[in-house]
Design a protein around this ligand. Structure first.
Ligand code: O7M
Length: 213
């Protein structure tokens, strides 16, 4: 991912037309577009290909299966042009290695979830986050996902992963501060509703950009 604006758009809309409109409107302000189940299940997997022609796509399928199934899922979206993939670490080393082997074959990047940004992540993920980050390092992932809602956790994760990439969701709609997340060590912020649901999405993106420069 080319680091220009340090923003990743979470395109959690369910209409193909809206997704393409927002991509065209906002692509200059974002280094990548993150597409997940809401859009892929509504618009069909071809949307990965369509948006990849306009901007780099990170496929957020939070892959969490046995190695063979992980490989099949990765290949399906990489074949459609995704340049990044997001996977969970908790299924273990072999499952994550299947993702690494797949992204390597396509010259794409793997991002591994360490701790999620919502309150429920405190229940099971938070106590394991550092182990999950270590696993991301062991498989040589390009980066990890860490919560902007808990900047102190970004700091902890940074101390474990060295200079691998941290992409960080939870800014805006979930209450996280863009500036605090960047100061804690995030490389990129994942921003969704606070931008695409705004009356003026370009202006809303500009506000985040001004905050972090
Ligand atoms: O800015 P929002 O809250 O509208 O969107 C945040 C996006 O980040 C949305 O697509 C979530 O699915 C995603 N996300 C989280 O909000 N929290 C996490 O811990 C992890 C993710 C994510 O992108 O994981 C890869």
């Amino acid at each position: 991912m080319n680091r220009k604006t340090r923003l990743i758009l979470a395109l959690d809309v369910t209409s193909r037309e809206r997704a393409l409109f927002l991509t065209e409107l906002l692509k200059d302000r974002f280094d990548a577009i993150k597409i997940g189940y809401p859009l892929i299940l509504s618009a069909g997997p071809g949307i990965v290909q369509e948006i990849s022609k306009l901007a780099p796509v990170i496929a957020d399928l939070k892959i969490a299966d046995i190695p063979n199934t992980n490989r099949l899922i990765c290949e399906a979206v990489l074949e459609k042009g995704a340049s990044g993939i997001i996977a969970h670490a908790f299924p273990g080393m072999d499952s994550l290695m299947a993702c690494i082997d797949s992204v390597a074959a396509y010259g794409a990047d793997l991002y591994v979830v360490t701790e999620m940004s919502h309150p429920g992540a405190e229940q099971f993920m938070a106590p394991l986050a550092e182990d999950l980050a270590r696993l991301a390092v062991n498989v040589n992932a390009a980066g990890v996902v860490a919560p902007a809602t808990r900047p102190e956790k970004i700091k902890r994760i940074r101390s474990i992963i060295g200079n691998r990439i941290i992409i960080s969701p939870g800014v805006g709609a979930q209450g996280g501060s863009a500036l605090q997340a960047i100061r804690a060590g995030a490389d990129y912020l994942i921003v969704g509703r606070s931008v695409f649901e705004a009356d003026d999405p370009k202006e809303a993106a500009n506000k985040v950009l001004f905050e972090i420069v």
